[in-house]
Write a protein that binds this ligand. Sequence first.
Ligand SMILES: [Ca+2]
Ligand SMILES: [Ca+2]
Ligand SMILES: [Ca+2]
Length: 404
Amino acid sequence: MATLVPALRERVTPGGLFGPGACCAPLFLLLLVAVLTPVSAAPTIDGVSLFPDSSIWNKPIDHLPLAIDSASYTATIGAAKTLRADFGSGTWDGGPIGIPFTTVPGGQPKVPIEFEYADESDPGPYPIPLDAPREWGSDHHILVIDRDHALLYEVYAAEQQADGHWHAGSGAVFNLGSNALRSSSWTSADAAGLPILPGLVRYEEVASGEIAHALRFTAPETRRAFVWPARHFASSLTASRYPAMGQRFRLKADYDLSGFSPECRTILQALKTYGMVLADNGSPWFLSGAPDPRWDNDRLRELQRVPGSAFEAVDVSSLMVDPDSGEARSAAPGPFPGYSSPCDRDRDGLYEDVNGNGRLDFADVVLLFNHADLVARSGWESFYDFNHNRRFDFADIVALFGGL
Ligand SMILES: [Ca+2]
Ligand SMILES: [Ca+2]
Ligand SMILES: [Ca+2]
Protein backbone atom coordinates (compact mmCIF):
# COMPACT_ATOMS: atom_id res chain seq x y z
CA MET A 1 0.00 0.00 0.00
CA ALA A 2 2.92 2.28 0.74
CA THR A 3 3.84 2.48 -2.92
CA LEU A 4 0.31 2.41 -4.27
CA VAL A 5 -1.17 5.26 -2.26
CA PRO A 6 1.24 7.94 -3.47
CA ALA A 7 0.96 6.54 -6.98
CA LEU A 8 -2.82 6.75 -6.88
CA ARG A 9 -2.61 10.23 -5.39
CA GLU A 10 -0.73 11.34 -8.40
CA ARG A 11 -2.51 9.40 -11.10
CA VAL A 12 -6.14 9.47 -9.96
CA THR A 13 -6.57 13.09 -8.96
CA PRO A 14 -3.43 15.04 -9.66
CA GLY A 15 -3.35 18.13 -7.50
CA GLY A 16 -6.88 17.44 -6.29
CA LEU A 17 -8.19 15.76 -3.19
CA PHE A 18 -4.93 13.95 -2.72
CA GLY A 19 -2.68 16.87 -3.61
CA PRO A 20 0.18 18.12 -1.47
CA GLY A 21 -0.89 19.02 2.04
CA ALA A 22 -4.46 17.80 1.49
CA CYS A 23 -3.90 14.18 2.21
CA CYS A 24 -2.85 11.98 5.01
CA ALA A 25 -3.35 8.24 5.31
CA PRO A 26 -6.48 8.40 7.57
CA LEU A 27 -8.20 10.87 5.27
CA PHE A 28 -7.33 8.75 2.30
CA LEU A 29 -8.83 5.69 3.97
CA LEU A 30 -11.96 7.60 4.94
CA LEU A 31 -12.45 8.68 1.35
CA LEU A 32 -11.87 5.14 0.25
CA VAL A 33 -14.62 3.88 2.56
CA ALA A 34 -16.95 6.38 0.92
CA VAL A 35 -15.88 5.17 -2.51
CA LEU A 36 -16.52 1.56 -1.53
CA THR A 37 -19.94 2.17 0.02
CA PRO A 38 -22.50 0.52 -2.26
CA VAL A 39 -25.03 2.81 -3.90
CA SER A 40 -28.24 0.92 -4.45
CA ALA A 41 -29.76 0.43 -7.86
CA ALA A 42 -32.50 -1.94 -6.68
CA PRO A 43 -36.09 -0.79 -7.17
CA THR A 44 -37.28 1.53 -4.41
CA ILE A 45 -40.54 2.51 -2.74
CA ASP A 46 -40.46 5.71 -0.65
CA GLY A 47 -36.68 5.52 -0.70
CA VAL A 48 -36.53 1.93 0.56
CA SER A 49 -34.76 -0.57 -1.69
CA LEU A 50 -36.67 -3.75 -2.43
CA PHE A 51 -33.94 -6.22 -1.46
CA PRO A 52 -30.24 -5.86 -2.29
CA ASP A 53 -29.06 -5.35 -5.86
CA SER A 54 -27.66 -8.86 -5.68
CA SER A 55 -31.12 -10.34 -5.00
CA ILE A 56 -32.35 -12.87 -7.56
CA TRP A 57 -35.44 -10.63 -7.89
CA ASN A 58 -33.21 -7.88 -9.30
CA LYS A 59 -31.13 -9.98 -11.70
CA PRO A 60 -31.54 -10.24 -15.46
CA ILE A 61 -32.11 -13.83 -16.55
CA ASP A 62 -32.24 -13.28 -20.31
CA HIS A 63 -28.89 -15.04 -20.84
CA LEU A 64 -29.64 -18.17 -18.81
CA PRO A 65 -30.38 -21.65 -20.22
CA LEU A 66 -33.88 -23.09 -20.50
CA ALA A 67 -35.28 -25.37 -17.83
CA ILE A 68 -35.28 -28.98 -19.05
CA ASP A 69 -39.08 -29.22 -18.99
CA SER A 70 -39.73 -25.73 -20.37
CA ALA A 71 -41.90 -26.87 -23.27
CA SER A 72 -44.11 -29.09 -21.12
CA TYR A 73 -44.49 -26.35 -18.48
CA THR A 74 -45.82 -23.84 -20.99
CA ALA A 75 -48.09 -26.50 -22.50
CA THR A 76 -49.41 -27.38 -19.03
CA ILE A 77 -50.17 -23.76 -18.16
CA GLY A 78 -51.63 -23.25 -21.63
CA ALA A 79 -49.78 -22.45 -24.85
CA ALA A 80 -52.93 -20.85 -26.30
CA LYS A 81 -54.00 -19.14 -23.08
CA THR A 82 -52.84 -15.55 -22.97
CA LEU A 83 -51.04 -13.23 -20.61
CA ARG A 84 -53.30 -11.05 -18.53
CA ALA A 85 -52.81 -8.01 -16.31
CA ASP A 86 -54.40 -8.93 -12.97
CA PHE A 87 -54.42 -5.24 -12.03
CA GLY A 88 -55.74 -1.95 -13.29
CA SER A 89 -57.63 1.23 -12.46
CA GLY A 90 -61.19 1.60 -11.20
CA THR A 91 -63.06 -1.29 -9.70
CA TRP A 92 -64.10 -4.79 -10.65
CA ASP A 93 -66.71 -6.74 -8.73
CA GLY A 94 -66.93 -3.82 -6.30
CA GLY A 95 -63.29 -3.20 -5.45
CA PRO A 96 -59.86 -2.11 -6.73
CA ILE A 97 -58.06 -4.41 -9.19
CA GLY A 98 -54.73 -5.81 -8.03
CA ILE A 99 -52.73 -6.21 -4.84
CA PRO A 100 -52.33 -2.89 -2.99
CA PHE A 101 -49.52 -1.91 -0.64
CA THR A 102 -48.83 0.94 1.75
CA THR A 103 -45.88 2.37 3.64
CA VAL A 104 -45.77 3.46 7.28
CA PRO A 105 -43.20 5.28 9.45
CA GLY A 106 -41.15 3.39 11.99
CA GLY A 107 -43.39 4.70 14.77
CA GLN A 108 -46.55 3.14 13.34
CA PRO A 109 -48.28 1.41 16.30
CA LYS A 110 -48.16 -2.35 16.06
CA VAL A 111 -51.36 -4.29 16.52
CA PRO A 112 -51.85 -7.89 17.62
CA ILE A 113 -52.33 -10.47 14.88
CA GLU A 114 -53.07 -14.17 15.11
CA PHE A 115 -52.47 -16.67 12.32
CA GLU A 116 -54.25 -19.81 11.23
CA TYR A 117 -50.87 -21.20 10.05
CA ALA A 118 -49.00 -19.91 13.07
CA ASP A 119 -46.21 -22.48 12.83
CA GLU A 120 -45.12 -21.06 9.44
CA SER A 121 -45.83 -17.39 10.18
CA ASP A 122 -43.66 -14.71 11.74
CA PRO A 123 -45.38 -13.74 14.99
CA GLY A 124 -46.98 -10.33 15.52
CA PRO A 125 -47.61 -7.64 16.38
CA TYR A 126 -47.54 -6.04 12.90
CA PRO A 127 -47.63 -2.27 12.13
CA ILE A 128 -50.83 -2.51 10.09
CA PRO A 129 -52.84 0.74 10.10
CA LEU A 130 -56.58 0.46 10.70
CA ASP A 131 -57.17 1.84 7.20
CA ALA A 132 -54.51 -0.27 5.43
CA PRO A 133 -55.57 -1.16 1.88
CA ARG A 134 -56.57 -4.82 1.68
CA GLU A 135 -56.72 -6.77 -1.55
CA TRP A 136 -60.32 -6.89 -2.73
CA GLY A 137 -60.12 -10.37 -4.24
CA SER A 138 -60.46 -13.55 -2.23
CA ASP A 139 -56.85 -13.65 -0.98
CA HIS A 140 -57.21 -10.45 1.09
CA HIS A 141 -53.50 -9.68 1.13
CA ILE A 142 -52.15 -6.69 3.06
CA LEU A 143 -48.62 -5.47 2.28
CA VAL A 144 -47.00 -2.88 4.56
CA ILE A 145 -43.49 -1.40 4.37
CA ASP A 146 -42.00 0.07 7.55
CA ARG A 147 -39.93 2.58 5.62
CA ASP A 148 -37.74 3.61 8.57
CA HIS A 149 -36.65 0.06 9.37
CA ALA A 150 -36.79 -1.28 5.79
CA LEU A 151 -39.05 -4.12 6.88
CA LEU A 152 -41.82 -5.60 4.76
CA TYR A 153 -44.88 -7.12 6.46
CA GLU A 154 -47.10 -9.30 4.29
CA VAL A 155 -50.34 -10.95 5.39
CA TYR A 156 -52.65 -13.40 3.67
CA ALA A 157 -56.41 -13.64 4.28
CA ALA A 158 -56.47 -10.70 6.67
CA GLU A 159 -59.68 -10.03 8.60
CA GLN A 160 -59.95 -7.18 11.05
CA GLN A 161 -61.68 -7.99 14.32
CA ALA A 162 -64.11 -5.72 16.16
CA ASP A 163 -61.44 -4.74 18.71
CA GLY A 164 -58.99 -3.61 15.99
CA HIS A 165 -56.64 -6.57 16.05
CA TRP A 166 -56.17 -8.77 13.00
CA HIS A 167 -56.77 -12.41 12.23
CA ALA A 168 -55.05 -13.86 9.17
CA GLY A 169 -54.16 -17.05 7.38
CA SER A 170 -50.41 -16.49 7.37
CA GLY A 171 -47.93 -13.68 7.69
CA ALA A 172 -44.29 -13.04 6.86
CA VAL A 173 -41.81 -10.32 7.75
CA PHE A 174 -38.94 -9.62 5.34
CA ASN A 175 -35.83 -7.54 5.93
CA LEU A 176 -35.62 -5.58 2.67
CA GLY A 177 -31.88 -5.12 3.12
CA SER A 178 -31.20 -8.83 3.34
CA ASN A 179 -31.10 -11.77 0.95
CA ALA A 180 -32.09 -14.21 3.68
CA LEU A 181 -34.89 -16.59 2.68
CA ARG A 182 -37.61 -17.95 4.94
CA SER A 183 -37.13 -21.32 6.60
CA SER A 184 -37.29 -24.03 3.96
CA SER A 185 -40.86 -25.43 3.55
CA TRP A 186 -42.41 -22.36 5.20
CA THR A 187 -45.21 -20.57 3.43
CA SER A 188 -45.34 -16.76 3.43
CA ALA A 189 -48.31 -14.60 2.49
CA ASP A 190 -47.77 -16.31 -0.88
CA ALA A 191 -47.88 -20.01 -1.75
CA ALA A 192 -44.25 -20.00 -2.94
CA GLY A 193 -42.98 -18.77 0.42
CA LEU A 194 -41.68 -15.63 -1.28
CA PRO A 195 -42.47 -11.95 -0.74
CA ILE A 196 -45.24 -10.58 -3.00
CA LEU A 197 -44.35 -6.89 -3.22
CA PRO A 198 -41.11 -7.16 -5.26
CA GLY A 199 -42.99 -9.02 -8.01
CA LEU A 200 -45.76 -6.48 -8.53
CA VAL A 201 -46.07 -4.30 -11.63
CA ARG A 202 -46.22 -0.77 -10.19
CA TYR A 203 -47.47 2.24 -12.11
CA GLU A 204 -44.54 4.52 -11.21
CA GLU A 205 -42.06 2.07 -12.72
CA VAL A 206 -44.02 1.61 -15.91
CA ALA A 207 -44.34 5.40 -16.22
CA SER A 208 -40.56 5.69 -15.82
CA GLY A 209 -40.12 3.40 -18.82
CA GLU A 210 -38.29 0.59 -17.05
CA ILE A 211 -39.10 -2.25 -14.67
CA ALA A 212 -35.77 -3.61 -13.41
CA HIS A 213 -36.93 -6.70 -11.51
CA ALA A 214 -38.79 -9.96 -11.90
CA LEU A 215 -42.58 -10.03 -11.78
CA ARG A 216 -45.05 -12.46 -10.19
CA PHE A 217 -47.62 -14.66 -11.90
CA THR A 218 -49.96 -17.55 -11.25
CA ALA A 219 -50.77 -20.87 -12.93
CA PRO A 220 -53.70 -23.24 -12.37
CA GLU A 221 -51.70 -26.39 -11.63
CA THR A 222 -48.32 -26.45 -9.94
CA ARG A 223 -46.10 -29.30 -8.75
CA ARG A 224 -45.60 -30.62 -5.25
CA ALA A 225 -42.14 -29.03 -5.30
CA PHE A 226 -40.37 -25.70 -5.08
CA VAL A 227 -37.21 -24.44 -6.74
CA TRP A 228 -34.81 -21.75 -5.55
CA PRO A 229 -35.57 -19.16 -4.35
CA ALA A 230 -39.07 -20.45 -3.43
CA ARG A 231 -39.56 -22.17 -0.06
CA HIS A 232 -42.99 -23.77 -0.21
CA PHE A 233 -45.36 -25.68 -2.49
CA ALA A 234 -49.14 -25.96 -2.49
CA SER A 235 -50.01 -29.02 -4.55
CA SER A 236 -50.29 -32.81 -4.50
CA LEU A 237 -49.38 -33.19 -8.20
CA THR A 238 -46.01 -34.84 -8.79
CA ALA A 239 -45.71 -35.25 -12.60
CA SER A 240 -42.78 -33.46 -14.19
CA ARG A 241 -45.05 -31.54 -16.58
CA TYR A 242 -46.26 -29.36 -13.71
CA PRO A 243 -44.01 -26.37 -12.98
CA ALA A 244 -42.68 -26.05 -9.44
CA MET A 245 -43.31 -23.03 -7.22
CA GLY A 246 -40.63 -20.43 -7.81
CA GLN A 247 -40.06 -21.46 -11.44
CA ARG A 248 -38.87 -18.46 -13.44
CA PHE A 249 -40.27 -17.85 -16.91
CA ARG A 250 -39.35 -15.24 -19.51
CA LEU A 251 -40.81 -13.85 -22.69
CA LYS A 252 -38.86 -15.15 -25.67
CA ALA A 253 -36.21 -12.71 -26.88
CA ASP A 254 -37.55 -12.64 -30.45
CA TYR A 255 -41.12 -11.82 -29.44
CA ASP A 256 -42.06 -8.69 -31.42
CA LEU A 257 -42.95 -5.75 -29.16
CA SER A 258 -43.79 -3.34 -31.96
CA GLY A 259 -47.48 -2.47 -32.04
CA PHE A 260 -47.78 -2.38 -28.26
CA SER A 261 -48.35 0.81 -26.27
CA PRO A 262 -45.32 2.20 -24.41
CA GLU A 263 -46.76 0.94 -21.12
CA CYS A 264 -47.12 -2.62 -22.37
CA ARG A 265 -43.73 -2.54 -24.08
CA THR A 266 -42.15 -1.64 -20.72
CA ILE A 267 -43.91 -4.56 -19.04
CA LEU A 268 -43.08 -6.99 -21.85
CA GLN A 269 -39.43 -5.89 -21.97
CA ALA A 270 -39.19 -6.61 -18.23
CA LEU A 271 -40.61 -10.06 -18.94
CA LYS A 272 -37.84 -10.60 -21.50
CA THR A 273 -35.01 -9.32 -19.33
CA TYR A 274 -36.08 -10.26 -15.79
CA GLY A 275 -38.93 -12.67 -16.36
CA MET A 276 -41.61 -13.67 -13.90
CA VAL A 277 -41.80 -16.02 -10.93
CA LEU A 278 -44.49 -18.66 -10.50
CA ALA A 279 -45.72 -17.72 -7.03
CA ASP A 280 -49.24 -19.08 -6.50
CA ASN A 281 -51.98 -21.29 -7.87
CA GLY A 282 -54.42 -19.19 -9.86
CA SER A 283 -55.53 -18.30 -13.35
CA PRO A 284 -53.07 -19.03 -16.19
CA TRP A 285 -50.45 -16.39 -17.00
CA PHE A 286 -52.08 -13.83 -14.65
CA LEU A 287 -49.51 -11.14 -13.98
CA SER A 288 -49.73 -9.37 -10.61
CA GLY A 289 -49.66 -5.63 -10.11
CA ALA A 290 -50.78 -2.90 -7.77
CA PRO A 291 -54.03 -1.03 -8.41
CA ASP A 292 -53.60 2.58 -9.50
CA PRO A 293 -56.14 5.10 -10.80
CA ARG A 294 -53.67 6.05 -13.55
CA TRP A 295 -53.69 2.65 -15.30
CA ASP A 296 -55.34 2.65 -18.72
CA ASN A 297 -57.22 -0.65 -18.62
CA ASP A 298 -57.75 -0.69 -22.39
CA ARG A 299 -54.01 -0.50 -22.93
CA LEU A 300 -53.33 -3.19 -20.32
CA ARG A 301 -55.69 -5.45 -22.26
CA GLU A 302 -53.12 -5.41 -25.09
CA LEU A 303 -51.19 -7.93 -22.98
CA GLN A 304 -53.87 -10.47 -23.87
CA ARG A 305 -52.33 -10.66 -27.35
CA VAL A 306 -49.35 -12.51 -25.86
CA PRO A 307 -49.91 -16.29 -25.93
CA GLY A 308 -48.43 -18.73 -23.42
CA SER A 309 -46.37 -20.18 -26.27
CA ALA A 310 -44.34 -16.94 -26.26
CA PHE A 311 -42.92 -17.85 -22.85
CA GLU A 312 -40.18 -20.25 -21.85
CA ALA A 313 -39.02 -21.56 -18.47
CA VAL A 314 -35.52 -20.62 -17.32
CA ASP A 315 -33.02 -22.54 -15.20
CA VAL A 316 -31.65 -19.95 -12.76
CA SER A 317 -29.76 -22.46 -10.59
CA SER A 318 -26.35 -21.30 -11.88
CA LEU A 319 -26.91 -17.98 -10.08
CA MET A 320 -27.44 -19.61 -6.68
CA VAL A 321 -24.75 -18.79 -4.13
CA ASP A 322 -26.38 -20.58 -1.19
CA PRO A 323 -29.72 -22.45 -1.13
CA ASP A 324 -30.81 -20.46 1.93
CA SER A 325 -30.06 -17.07 0.39
CA GLY A 326 -31.71 -15.07 -2.37
CA GLU A 327 -28.30 -13.73 -3.39
CA ALA A 328 -27.52 -14.27 -7.07
CA ARG A 329 -24.08 -14.28 -8.59
CA SER A 330 -23.26 -12.53 -11.83
CA ALA A 331 -21.90 -14.69 -14.63
CA ALA A 332 -19.19 -12.16 -15.48
CA PRO A 333 -18.52 -8.51 -14.65
CA GLY A 334 -19.90 -5.97 -17.06
CA PRO A 335 -17.82 -3.23 -18.66
CA PHE A 336 -16.91 -0.03 -16.84
CA PRO A 337 -18.35 3.11 -18.48
CA GLY A 338 -16.45 3.89 -21.64
CA TYR A 339 -14.34 0.71 -21.66
CA SER A 340 -14.45 -2.80 -23.11
CA SER A 341 -15.62 -5.76 -21.03
CA PRO A 342 -13.04 -6.83 -18.44
CA CYS A 343 -11.00 -9.88 -19.36
CA ASP A 344 -9.93 -12.85 -17.28
CA ARG A 345 -6.66 -13.50 -19.10
CA ASP A 346 -5.68 -16.69 -17.29
CA ARG A 347 -9.25 -17.96 -16.77
CA ASP A 348 -8.96 -18.21 -12.99
CA GLY A 349 -12.23 -16.32 -12.44
CA LEU A 350 -10.48 -13.02 -11.59
CA TYR A 351 -10.65 -10.19 -14.13
CA GLU A 352 -7.23 -8.50 -13.96
CA ASP A 353 -7.54 -6.79 -17.36
CA VAL A 354 -10.09 -4.38 -15.91
CA ASN A 355 -10.35 -2.16 -18.99
CA GLY A 356 -10.37 -5.09 -21.39
CA ASN A 357 -7.67 -3.70 -23.67
CA GLY A 358 -5.60 -6.90 -23.68
CA ARG A 359 -2.86 -5.47 -21.48
CA LEU A 360 -2.32 -5.62 -17.74
CA ASP A 361 -0.91 -2.36 -16.44
CA PHE A 362 -1.46 0.53 -14.07
CA ALA A 363 -4.51 1.79 -16.01
CA ASP A 364 -6.37 -1.34 -14.85
CA VAL A 365 -5.57 -0.58 -11.21
CA VAL A 366 -6.73 3.01 -11.54
CA LEU A 367 -9.94 2.06 -13.30
CA LEU A 368 -10.81 -0.48 -10.62
CA PHE A 369 -10.04 2.07 -7.90
CA ASN A 370 -12.21 4.72 -9.54
CA HIS A 371 -15.15 2.38 -10.01
CA ALA A 372 -15.01 0.41 -6.77
CA ASP A 373 -18.54 1.60 -5.99
CA LEU A 374 -19.83 0.13 -9.25
CA VAL A 375 -18.23 -3.21 -8.37
CA ALA A 376 -20.11 -3.30 -5.07
CA ARG A 377 -23.35 -2.03 -6.59
CA SER A 378 -23.32 -4.58 -9.38
CA GLY A 379 -22.45 -7.62 -7.30
CA TRP A 380 -19.12 -8.10 -9.08
CA GLU A 381 -17.04 -8.44 -5.90
CA SER A 382 -16.05 -12.05 -6.52
CA PHE A 383 -14.46 -11.15 -9.88
CA TYR A 384 -12.03 -8.74 -8.24
CA ASP A 385 -11.24 -10.62 -5.02
CA PHE A 386 -7.56 -10.73 -5.90
CA ASN A 387 -6.49 -11.65 -2.36
CA HIS A 388 -9.00 -14.52 -2.13
CA ASN A 389 -10.63 -13.52 1.17
CA ARG A 390 -14.21 -13.45 -0.18
CA ARG A 391 -14.48 -9.68 0.18
CA PHE A 392 -13.81 -6.84 -2.20
CA ASP A 393 -12.02 -3.85 -0.77
CA PHE A 394 -8.88 -1.75 -1.04
CA ALA A 395 -6.66 -4.74 -0.30
CA ASP A 396 -7.74 -6.28 -3.61
CA ILE A 397 -6.76 -3.15 -5.52
CA VAL A 398 -3.39 -3.33 -3.77
CA ALA A 399 -3.12 -7.01 -4.68
CA LEU A 400 -3.83 -6.22 -8.35
CA PHE A 401 -1.19 -3.49 -8.24
CA GLY A 402 1.25 -5.92 -6.62
CA GLY A 403 0.72 -8.36 -9.46
CA LEU A 404 1.74 -5.94 -12.20
CA1 LIG B 1 -7.59 -13.87 -14.13
CA1 LIG C 1 -5.79 -3.51 -19.34
CA1 LIG D 1 -10.55 -9.52 -1.24
